[in-house]
Design a protein around this ligand. Structure first.
Ligand code: UDP
Length: 398
């Protein structure tokens, strides 16, 4: 996969000899910086990761029993409207024509998401045209104005009205975030479009698809450069790890993509994260739910959604009599859990400002990625922001 820095190049015992840049974390952000610094600038880069595999939460692997590609940390769907990012990612993989669609089970009935004319008509047992549906939702949304909505609840009601909000958003969001919807930022719900057509594609972006030969092959190709060495099962904070002291002493430039609060040893308090638990199962049927992701809207079901991985790759030759499903559960993370999503309450945002000030004061360390910036970045956003960091800020620390 990646080359090792040769003994002669490391020049004896100095762990820094021959290394120009240390990257903490091998997710999309870290690998994009590594690839650019190695390929474009000829820098010698070491990427370390605590886990035994690269790719962060985008990592996937073939289920040993069925060969079905399983996204170990939940479904990852690639989509972007950023032409620069699209051109860049296509250097490492080609994409299938997969278009993501999601359905939601509410009180034992299945509806299409995101909220569209099909959802509205099924829910109200009606046959409204777009104008009638708009008028109905405007009436039901009247209590809040979308522009001045201060939190997820107000924004949700302003976009789709109270009845649809209570059916599809309120309890699902409570399960997923375990935080009052009045404390969550409005932007979380703005991720989902609302459409007055029957179009139920989940994403609006110009480009969408899944990597033809899987996420891990894509990630490995990004790291596959003679100037990049990946060291797995290497914890940046492990003081016995040879690069640790040098990095802390500022002797080597660092791009850090782990949790920003952890970097500063929680000096400004802990930032809130949400973690996920997964329960995977191989079932003796060729098709369990007929689609890749089924959300469960109600508080009566403990999980938020079920992924059925074979549907992400209908073009592949998977077994006809077996399928892999994965139930997803969500909860607030403790320090020992893997952080997945920044919760971003008003208190978190205050703390983040304090951490940003600390981060800005670090001379030779840049912070990036979902964990390093405490932002709900999708894969294409993490890659786009790494490309910008590479162009605008990396030179300052090298
Ligand atoms: N959401 C919801 N009901 C759904 C799907 C999404 O209430 O059936 C809300 C929920 O608050 C969620 C947000 O919309 O956190 C964004 O959903 P998305 O599917 O983009 O979340 P992700 O796939 O990143 O977890």
């Amino acid at each position: 996969m990646s080359s090792q820095l040769s003994g002669s190049r490391t020049g004896g015992t100095d762990p820094l000899a021959g290394i120009d840049l240390l990257i903490v974390g091998s997710g999309f952000f870290g690998l994009t910086i590594a690839e650019r610094a190695a390929a474009e600038l000829g820098k010698r880069v070491v990427v370390i990761d605590r886990r035994a595999h690269i790719g962060g939460n985008a990592y996937s692997e073939a289920d040993p029993e069925t060969g079905i590609e399983v996204h170990r940390y939940g479904a990852h769907l690639f989509h972007t409207s950023n032409e620069r990012v699209w051109e860049y990612v296509n250097r490492f993989t080609s994409f299938t024509g997969y278009q993501h669609k999601v359905y939601s089970n509410f009180e034992g009935e299945v509806y299409p998401l995101p909220i569209n004319l099909g959802t509205i008509n099924q829910f109200f047992r009606a046959a409204y045209g777009p104008d009638e549906a708009r008028a109905l939702i405007a009436e039901q949304a009247g209590e809040f104005d979308a522009k001045s909505a201060r939190n997820l609840e107000e924004k949700g009601i302003s976009l789709i009205g109270r009845p649809l909000y209570e059916a599809f958003i309120r309890d699902y969001t409570a399960k997923q975030w375990q935080t009052p919807t009045t404390e969550l930022p409005a932007e979380v719900i703005s991720r989902l479009p609302v459409r007055y057509t029957y179009d139920n594609r989940y994403f609006n972006d110009a480009h969408e698809g899944l990597p033809v030969d899987g996420y891990t092959a894509w990630l490995e190709r990004m790291a596959d450069h003679p100037n990049i060495e990946v060291r797995l099962e290497t914890d940046f904070f492990d003081e016995t790890q040879p690069l640790h002291k040098s990095a802390v002493a500022g002797r080597i430039p660092v791009v850090y993509t782990g949790p920003v609060d952890r970097y500063f040893d929680y000096a400004e308090g802990e930032l809130g994260w949400r973690t996920l638990d997964f329960e995977a199962e191989v079932l003796p049927t060729g098709d369990f739910q007929g689609t890749s992701v089924m959300n469960y809207a109600g508080a009566d079901v403990p999980y938020t959604r079920i992924h059925e991985f074979r549907h992400f790759h209908p073009e592949r030759d998977y077994p006809a009599d077996k399928t892999v499903i994965m139930r997803e559960y969500s909860r607030v993370a403790s320090r020992e859990d893997e952080p997945y999503y920044p919760v971003n309450t008003p208190e978190d945002r205050e703390r983040l400002l304090a951490y940003r000030a600390l981060a800005d004061a670090e001379d030779r360390v840049l912070f990036g990625g979902r964990l390093g910036t405490y932002q709900y970045l999708d894969m294409h956003m993490a890659i786009g922001s790494a490309l910008s960091m590479f162009e605008n800020r990396l030179a300052a620390i090298l």
